[in-house]
Design a protein around this ligand. Structure first.
Ligand SMILES: [Zn+2]
Length: 229
């Protein structure tokens, strides 16, 4: 099979990227665990922090709700809801304030029509289709010796990498907004502020890892395709 099996690109590119990605996931979990145990000096819960960020940024009509799971926090732009895991929603830890403020930062981005978000939303539907259609198209193109299909497959693969690339400014900006408001509102100070910063920085690195993974997968497919042709 063309894409199965272990080739030199898998060993040289994919395995190091997988190790990097795994290391970043361990890092974010341990940063979260550490800061989730630290109660913030003002006793502010995640839900309160999210509300305060929304108010500070003048965002209206966004609800803050608890949701199941751990580290399942996200902003749903379609329903305009910030969903926070129970630990974050009701918890008054340093991590809870950091994460909740970050999600509220996403809500503020949507309210501002922040450009990278527009780009990301525009390519998202194609990416969803592309991520499962790219490989079959390339394989079909190879079998039929119809290289136009291979090119389309490679283009879809590139789009997935582009999506991960555009995700970076979106994530970094949400954390920047969050920390700015946390500071301006005096929600966290001193070591509490530094703790929230650590959690958000670690979370950002998982998005860097996702980009590295997408680029490496694209590179591997391109290198293997070139060798076969
Ligand atoms: Zn985010």
């Amino acid at each position: 099979m063309f894409f199965s099996g272990i080739d030199q690109y898998f060993i040289l590119l994919v395995i190091p990227a997988m190790i990097f990605s795994l290391a970043m996931q361990i890092m974010v979990k341990s940063a979260y665990r550490r800061q989730a145990r630290v109660r913030n000096a003002r006793g502010i819960t995640g839900a309160q922090a999210a509300e305060r960020v929304l108010r500070h940024c003048g965002v209206t009509g966004v609800r803050v709700e608890p949701t199941h799971g751990r580290l399942s926090d996200h902003y749903d732009p379609r329903h305009r809801v910030i969903r926070l895991s129970h630990e974050v929603y009701g918890g008054a830890s340093v991590a809870a304030v950091g994460i909740a403020a970050h999600e509220a930062g996403h809500a503020a981005q949507h309210a501002d029509v922040y450009l990278p978000i527009k780009v990301r939303n525009a390519i998202l539907p194609v990416c969803n289709v592309g991520s499962w259609l790219a490989l079959p198209l390339i394989l079909l193109g190879m079998v039929l010796e119809f290289y136009g299909l291979v090119t389309v497959g490679l283009a879809l693969f590139s789009l997935v990498a582009l999506f991960q690339l555009v995700t970076l400014p979106v994530e970094f900006n949400a954390s920047r907004r969050a920390l700015r408001v946390i500071e301006a509102e005096g929600m966290l100070e001193g070591s509490d502020y530094a703790g929230a910063q650590k959690v958000l920085r670690a979370a950002a690195m998982t998005y860097v890892a996702a980009l590295v993974m997408a680029v490496v997968n694209l590179l591997r497919v391109m290198l293997r395709f070139r060798r076969r042709r």
